[in-house]
Design a protein around this ligand. Structure first.
Ligand SMILES: [Zn+2]
Length: 76
């Protein structure tokens, strides 16, 4: 009898866990689009051209569209 009760409790606990997981998945689904680096656009510090962060050249917390503008900005 004791073992049977334990199994029932374990079964209920398992079901509750499964319910909790599926409920969490449901509430988490309408997420505002997953962050994609390509969508993150940054302005070039030299010419203000907007470029994807993944393609930008970063230096000292500033973004540049090309190495040329990075050098030109540092020259001035
Ligand atoms: Zn530029």
């Amino acid at each position: 009898m004791g073992l049977f009760r334990l199994l029932v409790i374990l079964g209920i606990a398992y079901l509750a866990y499964r319910l909790f997981v599926s409920w969490q998945r449901l509430t988490q689904q309408p997420k505002p689009e997953p962050r994609k680096q390509v969508k993150n656009v940054v302005p070039c510090h030299f010419c203000r051209l907007h470029i994807p962060e993944a393609e930008a050249i970063q230096k000292n917390g500033r973004y540049y569209c090309s190495v040329k503008h990075l050098q030109q900005d540092q020259d001035s």
